[in-house]
Design a protein around this ligand. Sequence first.
Ligand SMILES: Cc1cc2nc3c(=O)[nH]c(=O)nc-3n(C[C@H](O)[C@H](O)[C@H](O)COP(=O)(O)OP(=O)(O)OC[C@H]3O[C@@H](n4cnc5c(N)ncnc54)[C@H](O)[C@@H]3O)c2cc1C
Length: 370
Amino acid sequence: MKHVNIIIIGGGLAGLIAAHQLSKNGKEVLLIEKKTYPFHRVCGEYISNEVKEFLNKEELYPDEIGPSQITKFLLTSIKGNEAKMALDLGGFGISRYAYDYFLYQKAEAIGVKFLLQSQVEEVEYESNENKFVLKINKGNSFTADHVIGAFGKRSKVDKSMNRSFMQQRSQFIGVKYHIKTDFDPQTIALHNFEGGYCGIIQVENGISNLCYLGSKEQLRHYGNIPEMEKAVLQKNPHLKNLFQNSEFIFEKPEVINEINFSPKKPVENRILMVGDAAGLITPLCGNGMAIAIHTGKLAADAILQNKDRTSIEKQYTSQWGHLFKNRLWIGRKVQWLFGSKAISEFSVGLIKNSNFAATQIMKRTHGEMF
Ligand SMILES: Cc1cc2nc3c(=O)[nH]c(=O)nc-3n(C[C@H](O)[C@H](O)[C@H](O)COP(=O)(O)OP(=O)(O)OC[C@H]3O[C@@H](n4cnc5c(N)ncnc54)[C@H](O)[C@@H]3O)c2cc1C
């Protein structure tokens, strides 16, 4: 059994950032990822600017890919009424296909070792030996001094740990397309439809991301995605226009289910959980990726700045609670303003009539620059 100082399970933004920071500071890091780069993920691909300063400082901001710069917000109700406002902080648009691959190359260049197309099946902390034992799907095993859980919203590891949210079924599905369409490159739009909402922003190379959170029940009712989109999403005239007058680049959309927004713990079985593995913020906040990047950094800092396991866990748990717990809670509450006729009209009215209140709500869903 090979021993490694730090193993990171999962190579999304959270895992890649943690790996980069640890390796940069001289630690031995192995990142185990079940897929291989580059690959598409279901994601709205809008990253809040709160991470920009940190990314610039670490030379991880993807300037050469040419992300779009997003400064405006457009919200439409199910009937198609619209309201616009400036974003207080703003963000940038970049595909996960390009950005995760970019970070993977940066991490590899700084010394991170990768085990790709390999899935961690079980992780045990052996208290008498003060180390972790990890079982991988291909039959091999590793031991490690530290493990960072960066395996996203739902993983085989969650199942093996019997984490409490795994008992709950989720009513949501997530669907993503890349399209070519005529859309303002500085705007992020959120279009309501019965049971969900659909975001659109431009990413790199003049391509736009169209991604929605929909209802599993509606998919079951209409039998397939195109029928559901026609019957439900396209009732909103803005979405009808997008679906009917855009060039769809993927042959089939990327689709996920089991999207669960229940609270989770930032440290479980002595594993430091980062990104969605510690809690998924509702997508309408456009903040999950920023949280993934920030938590990846904080977990790396905790390991770098403390000698013993208890102090590492204490620092990370306290910072996670302070910075993210409320934002995730507010995200769950704000989601209530979407996906039904009356309430979507109310949300559009809120922006039109009380820009101040809308800005205050928006501010609470994202954090400060770090
Ligand atoms: C519909 C939808 C739209 C969204 N839109 C936005 C948006 O516009 N802006 C935003 O900021 N956030 C958005 N989010 C949230 C954002 O996508 C996530 O918060 C972010 O991807 C979390 O990053 P992560 O690194 O924690 O996890 P992920 O990016 O999910 O990465 C986890 C990785 O772990 C790997 N993995 C899992 N299990 C194992 C295992 N056992 N062994 C090895 N590898 C494993 C997976 O293959 C994956 O690569 C959206 C989410 C949804 C559902």
